[in-house]
Design a protein around this ligand. Structure first.
Ligand SMILES: NC(=O)c1ccc[n+]([C@@H]2O[C@H](COP(=O)([O-])OP(=O)(O)OC[C@H]3O[C@@H](n4cnc5c(N)ncnc54)[C@H](O)[C@@H]3O)[C@@H](O)[C@H]2O)c1
Length: 351
């Protein structure tokens, strides 16, 4: 079935308010979740609603917890997420970075004591739209062994870079440092599909194509030791600098016994204007032209800039609506029923 973005977004906000989230934070969090659904990343939208609501209802996440500025030093800020939703804390960090960059041309913000922030690109795109070239990262519960190891120590820690383009768009690379985000394994499990070899190991360290075994085991880093190194640095920025939980001290929203996750995040941005807006725009246009105008490899119809594929999906979904798997819809409606929120009806979305 297809659901209109606005209908789904309002549904998320109602669920978040029903577990004690302020209207303001429910709006911010729902906007971030729906942006993921729109961009074809439902692994970071609808799929997360049942576990998000579970940790809030069990009091492991404080749905009324507001992020607070811990300190500001020069162009750097630290935010304490106060164990609330990760999205409002990350939104606050974006505003801190933009404000620093207006004064200093650069800005950085760390977040500690927060929860899952969703996709990094949601925040990176905001920074790029403010004329900044940026880096956004976060840490996540242990799911990946260090290269050469067999025990999950690091998260699938995403890293994201974004930059504005002269035509008012943004380029954005947003990637888990594992071969794929854990959400894609959760989605395969939800749909009863197998996963490709090379994504994950079972709990005995053997390669597996079963998402269930993968969820009990670990995920492999993208590019072997290179992905492991990037995940480690995501941890250094997000956890070591900020004082958030690190490695095996981070807790998952999927654990049997729940604990506050203690996630950290970090963002850094630099204004293009000191380098000369005209110069940067001219070079950017030249670079994009070289990349997109290059010869195609056999079997390929088109070259995309990073993020271009998902922004085209978003344009289409804004008009046609968001495809929703019946099993995810059923799980969200179950949560809604328990909270006394109106469920989404199959005829409510319509294309
Ligand atoms: N909050 C967390 O704890 C957490 C942890 C891991 C991942 N994530 C999020 O999960 C999401 C998915 O991560 P992923 O690694 O599975 O992403 P992915 O593999 O779907 O895409 C990675 C990147 O490659 C780009 N890309 C894909 N195909 C392309 C092509 N043909 N040409 C050019 N570029 C192309 C995409 O635009 C994207 O920027 C990300 O948004 C990430 O932030 C979050």
């Amino acid at each position: 079935m297809i659901i209109k973005a606005q209908v789904l977004r309002n549904f998320y906000a109602s669920l978040l308010r029903a577990v004690g989230t302020s209207s303001e934070d429910a709006e911010i969090t729902s906007d971030a979740l729906i942006d993921a659904d729109l961009h074809g990343l439902e692994t970071h939208g609808a799929l997360r609603i049942p576990p998000y609501i579970r940790i809030a209802r069990e009091g492991v996440l404080d749905a009324s917890g507001k992020p607070a500025l811990e300190w500001r030093k020069g162009a750097v800020s630290l935010i304490n997420g106060n164990n609330g939703w990760g999205q409002p804390a990350a939104f606050m960090a974006v505003n801190e970075v933009i404000s620093h960059a207006k004064t200093h041309f650069v800005g950085a913000a760390g977040i500690k004591n927060t929860n899952h922030i969703g996709t990094c690109s949601y925040y990176a795109k905001m920074l790029a739209r403010a004329g900044l070239v940026c880096f956004v990262t976060t840490n996540s519960p242990p799911n990946m062994p260090p290269w050469g190891g067999s025990e999950p120590i690091l998260g699938t820690n995403p890293i994201c870079f974004s930059a504005p383009t002269p035509d008012g768009k943004v380029i954005v690379i947003d990637m888990a440092t594992s071969v794929v985000a854990k959400g894609k394994i959760l989605l395969a499990a939800e749909r009863g599909e197998s996963i490709p070899e090379g994504w994950a190991l079972d709990k005995n360290g053997k390669p597996t194509t079963s998402p269930k075994e993968a969820l009990e085991g670990s995920q492999l880093p993208v590019g072997g030791p290179k992905g492991y190194g990037l995940a480690l640095f995501a941890e250094i920025f997000s956890g070591v600098l900020t004082g958030a939980n690190i490695g095996t001290n981070l807790h998952s929203m999927y654990d049997k016994i729940l604990n506050p996750s203690g996630v950290g995040a970090f963002m850094f941005a630099i204004d293009i204007s000191p380098f000369g807006i005209e110069q940067v725009n001219a070079k950017m246009e030249q670079l994009i032209g070289m990349v997109l105008g290059s010869e195609l490899a056999e079997g390929y119809q088109r070259i995309y800039l990073p993020g271009e594929n998902s922004s085209e999906i978003a344009e289409e979904r804004k008009v046609k609506g968001i495809p929703m798997s019946p099993s995810i819809l059923e799980k969200m409606n179950q949560v809604a029923q328990e909270l006394g929120v109106n469920p989404l009806k199959p005829d409510e979305g319509g294309a």
